[in-house]
Design a protein around this ligand. Structure first.
Ligand code: IPM
Ligand code: MG
Length: 352
């Protein structure tokens, strides 16, 4: 298969972890007879520095005309503590999600047998955890009307959803649940929010089309609690943008390190794959960041083209590296650790 992949390394550790994923993908492509054309493009603070825009039109054109996007991370501390900054790296990410129509963010949480004791949660609580969040990504409070009142003392952000937006996300959730354990949890705050009541009403109306899927409705505060009590009870969870942002960070630490969890953002046509961690600026350029979340995101990319053998080959070699202790310092617990690039080289050399 010939694949054009837009490569958006971004900021902080983005370029380092992306390099490892590219190495791994190139070996997989060679072994399985694919031809990947990587198309690098600027985004984030790096793009602001270069051209004054975190998601330049040139980058959008490259993404739009590619088969998929592989994304590193964006964000830079110089913007975090400056509420008056006019342009921010994060705006690039939001604009990209919107312009590419990436309305569903797929964020799995699973445990690795060899890492189970690295989790902040007890083994008996997390064993068997294999859940996936489908976070709505182009609506809600992230994109609603926001502003300041004239008095300058009052600010507001609004959460708006249309039935159509909820439906297309929920449909992906039902379809995913059908392929998995057939349990779907709709996470909302319908005891307080009108937008949540529309979510619940819309999902309830869809239940009859998926008779084999069991749907539960839970409030977001309760899910935040149950997620660390009994994560293994969940299968597919669907939720709105902000709830999903918060809960998926919470869910990501269950596996033991935030440096492990991949994600996919899907839409009508193009999909984007990225690690769920941020740009980790403290580690940038030091060759110490964990590249596995990005490498596993590349596995999801192959899945996205129904190349499941290729995806499985990547997951296998990642598991092997964990089992054999070929890990970066976040997972080494004072034992021998490897550099980001060494882990990448090892993975590339050990793919079966
Ligand atoms: C994420 C991030 C982004 C979000 C930020 C960087 C805008 O936290 O992808 O979860 O809030 O969506
Ligand atoms: Mg987030």
């Amino acid at each position: 298969m010939k694949l054009n992949i837009a490569l958006l390394a971004g900021d902080g550790i983005g370029p380092e972890v992306i390099d490892q994923a590219v190495k791994v993908c190139n070996v997989v492509a060679e072994k399985y007879g694919h031809d990947i054309n990587w198309r690098p493009a600027l985004t984030g603070a790096a793009a602001i520095d270069a051209v004054g825009d975190p998601y330049p039109e040139d980058t959008h054109k490259i993404c739009e005309t590619s088969d998929a996007v592989l994304f590193g991370a964006i964000g830079h501390p110089k913007y975090d503590n400056d509420p008056s900054a006019k342009v921010r790296p994060e705006q690039g990410l939001l604009r990209m999600r919107q312009k590419l129509g990436l309305f569903a963010n797929v964020r799995p949480t699973f445990t690795f047998p060899s890492l189970i004791d690295k989790s902040p949660l007890k083994r008996e609580r997390i064993e068997g955890t294999d859940l996936v969040f489908l976070r709505e990504l182009t609506g809600g409070i992230y994109f609603g009307k926001r502003g300041r009142e004239d008095d300058g003392e009052t600010a507001y952000d609004t959460c708006t959803y249309t039935r159509a937006e909820i439906k297309r996300l929920a449909q992906k959730g039902f379809e995913m649940a059908q392929k998995r354990s057939k349990r779907l949890c709709c996470v909302d705050k319908a005891n307080v929010l009108e937008s949540s009541r529309l979510w619940r009403e819309t999902v309830q109306a869809m239940e009859k089309d998926y008779p084999e899927v069991t749907v539960s409705y839970e409030f977001v505060d309760a899910v935040a609690m149950r997620l660390v009590q009994w994560p293994s009870e969940y299968d597919v969870l669907i939720t709105e943008n902000l709830f999903g942002d918060i809960l998926t960070d919470e869910a990501s630490v269950i596996s033991g390190s935030m440096g492990l969890m991949p994600s996919a953002s899907i839409g009508e046509r193009i999909a984007l794959y990225e690690p769920i961690h941020g740009s980790y600026p403290q580690a940038a350029g030091k060759d110490i960041a964990n590249p596995l979340a990005t490498v596993l995101s590349a596995a999801m990319l192959f899945d996205g083209f129904d190349l499941s053998e290729e995806a499985e080959a990547i997951r296998k070699v990642v598991n092997k590296s964990l089992a054999e202790g070929i890990v970066t310092e976040d997972l080494a617990e004072g034992g021998k650790s490897y550099k980001t690039s060494e882990v990448g080289n090892w993975l590339a050399a050990n793919i079966q």
